[in-house]
Design a protein around this ligand. Structure first.
Ligand SMILES: NC(=O)c1ccc[n+]([C@@H]2O[C@H](COP(=O)([O-])OP(=O)(O)OC[C@H]3O[C@@H](n4cnc5c(N)ncnc54)[C@H](O)[C@@H]3O)[C@@H](O)[C@H]2O)c1
Ligand SMILES: [Zn+2]
Length: 337
Protein backbone atom coordinates (compact mmCIF):
# COMPACT_ATOMS: atom_id res chain seq x y z
CA UNK A 1 0.00 0.00 0.00
CA UNK A 2 1.46 3.36 -1.03
CA UNK A 3 0.73 6.64 0.80
CA UNK A 4 1.20 9.98 -0.94
CA UNK A 5 1.93 13.16 0.97
CA UNK A 6 2.96 16.72 0.17
CA UNK A 7 6.67 15.96 0.03
CA UNK A 8 6.69 12.44 -1.41
CA UNK A 9 5.30 9.01 -0.64
CA UNK A 10 6.02 5.89 1.38
CA UNK A 11 5.16 2.23 1.28
CA UNK A 12 3.39 0.15 3.93
CA UNK A 13 4.62 -3.45 3.82
CA UNK A 14 2.60 -6.29 5.32
CA UNK A 15 5.41 -8.81 5.69
CA UNK A 16 7.38 -10.63 8.40
CA UNK A 17 9.46 -7.94 10.06
CA UNK A 18 13.07 -7.41 8.92
CA UNK A 19 14.81 -4.70 10.95
CA UNK A 20 16.49 -2.35 8.44
CA UNK A 21 19.79 -0.57 8.93
CA UNK A 22 19.62 2.39 11.25
CA UNK A 23 19.40 3.27 14.91
CA UNK A 24 16.63 1.30 16.58
CA UNK A 25 14.63 2.97 19.32
CA UNK A 26 12.39 0.69 21.32
CA UNK A 27 11.06 0.20 24.84
CA UNK A 28 12.03 -2.29 27.53
CA UNK A 29 9.04 -4.61 27.02
CA UNK A 30 9.48 -4.85 23.26
CA UNK A 31 13.23 -5.27 23.65
CA UNK A 32 12.79 -8.10 26.16
CA UNK A 33 10.44 -9.97 23.84
CA UNK A 34 12.16 -9.34 20.52
CA UNK A 35 15.86 -8.88 21.36
CA UNK A 36 16.74 -11.70 18.92
CA UNK A 37 15.52 -9.51 16.04
CA UNK A 38 17.85 -6.73 17.15
CA UNK A 39 21.14 -8.58 17.35
CA UNK A 40 23.99 -6.49 15.99
CA UNK A 41 21.81 -3.35 15.76
CA UNK A 42 22.55 -0.06 17.51
CA UNK A 43 19.62 0.07 19.92
CA UNK A 44 18.36 2.68 22.35
CA UNK A 45 15.96 1.27 24.93
CA UNK A 46 13.48 3.55 26.67
CA UNK A 47 11.09 3.05 29.59
CA UNK A 48 7.66 1.79 28.49
CA UNK A 49 4.48 3.80 28.87
CA UNK A 50 2.88 7.13 28.00
CA UNK A 51 5.20 9.00 30.42
CA UNK A 52 7.97 8.40 27.88
CA UNK A 53 6.20 10.73 25.41
CA UNK A 54 7.53 13.70 27.39
CA UNK A 55 9.78 16.71 26.86
CA UNK A 56 12.25 15.16 29.25
CA UNK A 57 12.64 11.87 27.39
CA UNK A 58 12.68 13.74 24.05
CA UNK A 59 15.68 15.78 25.25
CA UNK A 60 17.41 12.71 26.61
CA UNK A 61 16.81 10.76 23.39
CA UNK A 62 18.37 13.56 21.32
CA UNK A 63 21.45 13.41 23.53
CA UNK A 64 21.59 9.60 23.27
CA UNK A 65 21.49 9.95 19.49
CA UNK A 66 24.47 12.29 19.55
CA UNK A 67 26.31 9.80 21.76
CA UNK A 68 25.39 6.98 19.36
CA UNK A 69 26.94 8.96 16.50
CA UNK A 70 23.68 9.67 14.66
CA UNK A 71 24.14 12.18 11.83
CA UNK A 72 21.95 13.77 9.15
CA UNK A 73 22.04 10.62 7.07
CA UNK A 74 21.06 8.27 9.89
CA UNK A 75 17.69 6.56 9.77
CA UNK A 76 15.82 6.10 13.02
CA UNK A 77 13.78 2.93 13.44
CA UNK A 78 10.74 3.23 15.70
CA UNK A 79 10.23 -0.33 16.92
CA UNK A 80 7.35 -0.31 19.40
CA UNK A 81 3.85 0.96 20.07
CA UNK A 82 2.35 4.39 19.50
CA UNK A 83 4.44 5.94 22.26
CA UNK A 84 7.71 4.97 20.60
CA UNK A 85 6.31 5.86 17.16
CA UNK A 86 5.16 9.35 18.18
CA UNK A 87 8.32 10.16 20.15
CA UNK A 88 10.74 8.80 17.54
CA UNK A 89 8.78 10.53 14.78
CA UNK A 90 9.03 13.86 16.56
CA UNK A 91 12.69 13.31 17.31
CA UNK A 92 13.30 12.46 13.64
CA UNK A 93 11.47 15.65 12.62
CA UNK A 94 13.78 17.83 14.69
CA UNK A 95 17.10 16.03 15.22
CA UNK A 96 19.68 17.84 13.06
CA UNK A 97 16.69 19.64 11.45
CA UNK A 98 15.19 16.37 10.32
CA UNK A 99 16.26 12.80 9.61
CA UNK A 100 14.33 9.90 8.05
CA UNK A 101 12.57 7.27 10.17
CA UNK A 102 10.87 3.94 9.65
CA UNK A 103 7.86 2.76 11.63
CA UNK A 104 7.75 -0.87 12.76
CA UNK A 105 4.64 -0.89 14.95
CA UNK A 106 4.31 -3.65 17.55
CA UNK A 107 0.91 -2.90 19.11
CA UNK A 108 -2.50 -3.30 17.52
CA UNK A 109 -3.09 0.41 18.13
CA UNK A 110 0.07 1.40 16.27
CA UNK A 111 -0.57 -1.10 13.45
CA UNK A 112 -4.09 0.13 12.74
CA UNK A 113 -3.56 3.81 13.37
CA UNK A 114 -0.56 5.68 14.75
CA UNK A 115 2.20 4.34 12.46
CA UNK A 116 0.58 5.90 9.39
CA UNK A 117 -0.21 9.54 8.64
CA UNK A 118 2.90 11.34 9.81
CA UNK A 119 1.53 12.88 13.01
CA UNK A 120 4.27 12.88 15.60
CA UNK A 121 4.41 14.42 19.03
CA UNK A 122 4.86 14.45 22.75
CA UNK A 123 2.65 15.34 25.69
CA UNK A 124 2.95 18.23 28.11
CA UNK A 125 1.68 18.14 31.69
CA UNK A 126 -0.94 20.63 30.38
CA UNK A 127 -2.25 18.38 27.61
CA UNK A 128 -1.80 15.50 25.17
CA UNK A 129 0.26 15.87 22.00
CA UNK A 130 0.62 19.62 22.51
CA UNK A 131 4.09 19.62 20.94
CA UNK A 132 4.62 17.87 17.63
CA UNK A 133 4.93 18.03 13.90
CA UNK A 134 3.82 16.40 10.68
CA UNK A 135 6.74 14.23 9.63
CA UNK A 136 5.83 11.17 7.54
CA UNK A 137 7.93 8.01 7.87
CA UNK A 138 9.89 6.75 4.88
CA UNK A 139 8.48 3.25 5.26
CA UNK A 140 6.11 1.27 7.52
CA UNK A 141 6.47 -2.46 8.20
CA UNK A 142 3.44 -4.20 9.65
CA UNK A 143 3.81 -7.76 10.94
CA UNK A 144 0.71 -8.88 12.83
CA UNK A 145 2.56 -11.88 14.31
CA UNK A 146 4.20 -9.37 16.68
CA UNK A 147 0.80 -8.96 18.32
CA UNK A 148 0.89 -12.46 19.86
CA UNK A 149 2.93 -11.19 22.80
CA UNK A 150 0.66 -8.23 23.47
CA UNK A 151 -1.02 -8.19 26.91
CA UNK A 152 -4.82 -8.41 26.68
CA UNK A 153 -5.27 -4.90 28.07
CA UNK A 154 -3.09 -3.48 25.27
CA UNK A 155 -4.88 -5.59 22.67
CA UNK A 156 -8.19 -4.10 23.82
CA UNK A 157 -6.68 -0.63 23.79
CA UNK A 158 -5.92 -1.13 20.08
CA UNK A 159 -9.45 -2.41 19.54
CA UNK A 160 -10.72 1.03 20.59
CA UNK A 161 -9.04 2.59 17.52
CA UNK A 162 -10.34 -0.29 15.36
CA UNK A 163 -13.87 0.39 16.61
CA UNK A 164 -13.39 4.13 16.11
CA UNK A 165 -12.39 3.53 12.49
CA UNK A 166 -15.44 1.33 11.93
CA UNK A 167 -17.83 3.79 13.62
CA UNK A 168 -16.67 6.84 11.67
CA UNK A 169 -16.24 5.21 8.27
CA UNK A 170 -17.46 1.63 7.92
CA UNK A 171 -20.95 0.44 8.89
CA UNK A 172 -19.99 -2.95 7.41
CA UNK A 173 -17.02 -3.42 9.76
CA UNK A 174 -19.02 -2.13 12.73
CA UNK A 175 -21.76 -4.65 12.02
CA UNK A 176 -19.24 -7.50 11.80
CA UNK A 177 -17.82 -6.53 15.21
CA UNK A 178 -21.33 -6.34 16.67
CA UNK A 179 -22.05 -9.87 15.48
CA UNK A 180 -18.67 -11.28 16.44
CA UNK A 181 -16.31 -9.31 18.70
CA UNK A 182 -12.62 -9.42 17.85
CA UNK A 183 -10.43 -11.45 20.19
CA UNK A 184 -6.64 -12.01 20.41
CA UNK A 185 -5.49 -14.53 17.81
CA UNK A 186 -8.65 -13.90 15.73
CA UNK A 187 -8.20 -15.12 12.17
CA UNK A 188 -9.62 -11.80 10.90
CA UNK A 189 -6.84 -9.67 12.44
CA UNK A 190 -4.55 -9.37 9.42
CA UNK A 191 -7.42 -8.41 7.11
CA UNK A 192 -8.82 -5.94 9.65
CA UNK A 193 -5.45 -4.27 10.23
CA UNK A 194 -5.16 -3.81 6.45
CA UNK A 195 -8.69 -2.46 6.18
CA UNK A 196 -8.25 0.02 9.05
CA UNK A 197 -4.93 1.26 7.70
CA UNK A 198 -6.54 1.56 4.26
CA UNK A 199 -9.24 3.81 5.74
CA UNK A 200 -6.69 5.87 7.68
CA UNK A 201 -4.54 6.18 4.54
CA UNK A 202 -7.51 7.48 2.57
CA UNK A 203 -8.42 10.04 5.25
CA UNK A 204 -4.88 11.39 5.69
CA UNK A 205 -4.35 11.64 1.94
CA UNK A 206 -7.55 13.68 1.64
CA UNK A 207 -6.56 16.09 4.42
CA UNK A 208 -2.88 15.65 5.31
CA UNK A 209 -2.60 18.67 7.61
CA UNK A 210 -6.08 18.49 9.15
CA UNK A 211 -7.27 21.73 7.63
CA UNK A 212 -10.47 20.52 5.94
CA UNK A 213 -12.24 18.87 8.87
CA UNK A 214 -11.83 15.43 7.26
CA UNK A 215 -8.80 14.21 9.21
CA UNK A 216 -10.41 15.56 12.38
CA UNK A 217 -12.91 12.68 12.06
CA UNK A 218 -10.15 10.39 13.32
CA UNK A 219 -10.44 12.31 16.57
CA UNK A 220 -13.86 10.91 17.41
CA UNK A 221 -13.76 10.12 21.14
CA UNK A 222 -10.42 11.85 21.52
CA UNK A 223 -11.41 15.29 22.81
CA UNK A 224 -12.92 13.84 25.97
CA UNK A 225 -10.49 10.89 25.91
CA UNK A 226 -7.41 13.13 25.84
CA UNK A 227 -8.83 15.24 28.69
CA UNK A 228 -9.34 12.07 30.76
CA UNK A 229 -5.77 10.97 30.05
CA UNK A 230 -4.45 14.37 31.05
CA UNK A 231 -6.38 14.74 34.32
CA UNK A 232 -5.28 11.25 35.37
CA UNK A 233 -1.67 12.12 34.46
CA UNK A 234 -1.47 9.58 31.63
CA UNK A 235 -1.27 6.75 34.14
CA UNK A 236 -4.76 5.42 34.91
CA UNK A 237 -6.22 4.65 31.49
CA UNK A 238 -4.54 3.36 28.36
CA UNK A 239 -5.08 5.63 25.34
CA UNK A 240 -7.66 3.16 23.99
CA UNK A 241 -9.58 2.96 27.26
CA UNK A 242 -9.73 6.74 27.49
CA UNK A 243 -11.02 7.13 23.93
CA UNK A 244 -13.56 4.30 24.42
CA UNK A 245 -15.03 6.33 27.29
CA UNK A 246 -14.68 9.42 25.10
CA UNK A 247 -16.59 7.78 22.23
CA UNK A 248 -19.43 6.73 24.56
CA UNK A 249 -19.75 10.23 26.05
CA UNK A 250 -19.34 12.10 22.77
CA UNK A 251 -22.15 9.92 21.33
CA UNK A 252 -24.42 10.97 24.20
CA UNK A 253 -23.47 14.55 23.45
CA UNK A 254 -24.37 14.12 19.75
CA UNK A 255 -27.81 12.83 20.82
CA UNK A 256 -28.28 15.69 23.30
CA UNK A 257 -27.40 18.19 20.56
CA UNK A 258 -30.03 16.61 18.31
CA UNK A 259 -27.43 15.39 15.80
CA UNK A 260 -27.93 11.66 16.32
CA UNK A 261 -30.75 9.24 17.18
CA UNK A 262 -30.92 7.85 20.70
CA UNK A 263 -30.33 4.31 19.42
CA UNK A 264 -26.76 5.26 18.51
CA UNK A 265 -25.83 5.37 22.20
CA UNK A 266 -26.73 1.72 22.65
CA UNK A 267 -24.92 0.69 19.44
CA UNK A 268 -21.68 2.46 20.45
CA UNK A 269 -21.82 1.23 24.05
CA UNK A 270 -22.49 -2.33 22.90
CA UNK A 271 -19.42 -2.26 20.65
CA UNK A 272 -17.22 -0.96 23.49
CA UNK A 273 -18.42 -3.28 26.25
CA UNK A 274 -18.52 -6.24 23.86
CA UNK A 275 -14.78 -5.72 23.37
CA UNK A 276 -13.97 -5.36 27.07
CA UNK A 277 -13.65 -1.57 26.93
CA UNK A 278 -14.94 0.91 29.53
CA UNK A 279 -17.69 3.45 28.82
CA UNK A 280 -17.60 5.48 32.04
CA UNK A 281 -15.17 6.89 34.54
CA UNK A 282 -15.45 8.41 38.01
CA UNK A 283 -13.47 11.42 36.78
CA UNK A 284 -16.42 12.47 34.58
CA UNK A 285 -17.72 14.10 37.76
CA UNK A 286 -14.98 16.67 37.38
CA UNK A 287 -16.86 18.27 34.49
CA UNK A 288 -15.37 21.73 34.91
CA UNK A 289 -11.79 20.43 34.94
CA UNK A 290 -12.48 18.26 31.89
CA UNK A 291 -13.99 21.16 29.95
CA UNK A 292 -11.03 23.41 30.88
CA UNK A 293 -8.65 20.80 29.42
CA UNK A 294 -10.85 20.36 26.35
CA UNK A 295 -10.53 24.05 25.60
CA UNK A 296 -6.79 23.51 25.11
CA UNK A 297 -7.43 20.77 22.53
CA UNK A 298 -5.85 21.56 19.16
CA UNK A 299 -9.26 21.53 17.44
CA UNK A 300 -10.50 24.33 19.71
CA UNK A 301 -10.13 27.92 18.64
CA UNK A 302 -10.50 30.96 20.90
CA UNK A 303 -11.53 28.69 23.77
CA UNK A 304 -14.58 27.38 21.84
CA UNK A 305 -15.21 23.65 22.06
CA UNK A 306 -15.01 21.62 18.86
CA UNK A 307 -15.45 17.89 18.55
CA UNK A 308 -15.80 15.25 15.87
CA UNK A 309 -19.24 13.80 16.49
CA UNK A 310 -20.93 10.81 14.89
CA UNK A 311 -24.43 11.34 13.48
CA UNK A 312 -24.88 7.71 12.48
CA UNK A 313 -22.43 4.86 11.98
CA UNK A 314 -20.24 5.78 9.02
CA UNK A 315 -21.11 9.48 9.24
CA UNK A 316 -18.82 11.65 11.37
CA UNK A 317 -18.46 15.43 11.33
CA UNK A 318 -16.41 18.14 12.99
CA UNK A 319 -18.83 20.25 15.02
CA UNK A 320 -17.69 23.67 16.20
CA UNK A 321 -18.80 26.07 18.93
CA UNK A 322 -20.38 23.38 21.09
CA UNK A 323 -22.25 24.77 24.08
CA UNK A 324 -20.09 24.18 27.14
CA UNK A 325 -23.06 23.83 29.49
CA UNK A 326 -24.45 20.96 27.42
CA UNK A 327 -21.07 19.21 27.59
CA UNK A 328 -20.98 19.61 31.37
CA UNK A 329 -24.53 18.28 31.65
CA UNK A 330 -23.65 15.17 29.66
CA UNK A 331 -20.51 14.60 31.73
CA UNK A 332 -22.45 14.90 34.99
CA UNK A 333 -25.24 12.63 33.80
CA UNK A 334 -22.74 10.02 32.60
CA UNK A 335 -20.84 10.08 35.89
CA UNK A 336 -24.01 9.21 37.81
CA UNK A 337 -24.75 6.01 35.91
N1 LIG B 1 0.35 9.63 15.70
C1 LIG B 1 -0.88 9.19 15.59
O1 LIG B 1 -1.53 9.38 14.54
C2 LIG B 1 -1.52 8.48 16.74
C3 LIG B 1 -2.75 7.81 16.55
C4 LIG B 1 -3.28 7.10 17.61
C5 LIG B 1 -2.61 7.04 18.83
N2 LIG B 1 -1.43 7.70 18.98
C6 LIG B 1 -0.67 7.65 20.25
O2 LIG B 1 -0.26 6.31 20.49
C7 LIG B 1 0.00 6.17 21.88
C8 LIG B 1 -0.53 4.85 22.37
O3 LIG B 1 0.12 3.79 21.69
P1 LIG B 1 0.11 2.30 22.24
O4 LIG B 1 -1.23 1.95 22.72
O5 LIG B 1 0.75 1.47 21.19
O6 LIG B 1 0.99 2.41 23.56
P2 LIG B 1 2.48 1.98 23.94
O7 LIG B 1 3.43 2.32 22.90
O8 LIG B 1 2.69 2.52 25.31
O9 LIG B 1 2.39 0.37 24.05
C9 LIG B 1 1.56 -0.21 25.01
C10 LIG B 1 2.31 -1.23 25.88
O10 LIG B 1 2.53 -2.42 25.13
C11 LIG B 1 3.91 -2.80 25.21
N3 LIG B 1 4.19 -3.49 23.96
C12 LIG B 1 4.34 -2.91 22.73
N4 LIG B 1 4.43 -3.87 21.79
C13 LIG B 1 4.39 -5.06 22.42
C14 LIG B 1 4.44 -6.40 21.97
N5 LIG B 1 4.48 -6.72 20.66
N6 LIG B 1 4.39 -7.38 22.90
C15 LIG B 1 4.28 -7.07 24.23
N7 LIG B 1 4.21 -5.83 24.71
C16 LIG B 1 4.24 -4.82 23.80
C17 LIG B 1 4.65 -1.51 25.45
O11 LIG B 1 5.87 -1.73 26.08
C18 LIG B 1 3.67 -0.76 26.37
O12 LIG B 1 3.85 -1.20 27.69
C19 LIG B 1 -0.67 7.35 22.56
O13 LIG B 1 0.31 8.24 23.02
C20 LIG B 1 -1.49 8.00 21.47
O14 LIG B 1 -1.61 9.38 21.65
C21 LIG B 1 -0.88 8.41 17.95
ZN1 LIG C 1 -6.00 7.68 19.21
Amino acid sequence: MRINHSSGSYEIYFLPVAIPNGIVITDENVFQTYSSLLEGRKTIILAPGEQTKSLESYGKLCQQLVQAGANRKSTLIAFGGGVIGDLVGFTAATYMRGVPYIQIPTTLLAQVDSSVGGKTGIDLPEGKNLVGSFHPPTEVQIDTSLLHSLPIREFRSGLAEVLKTAIIRSPKLAESFRLQPLVPGDSRIQAIVQECIGIKAQVVQEDEFETLGIRAELNFGHTIGHALEQITRYSKYTHGEAIAIGMAIETKLAVKLGLADKGLIESVEFLMTGHGLPIKAVELNEAKTIVDVMRKDKKSTDGQLSMSLVKSIGNCQLVQNINEEVVKEVLHESAKI
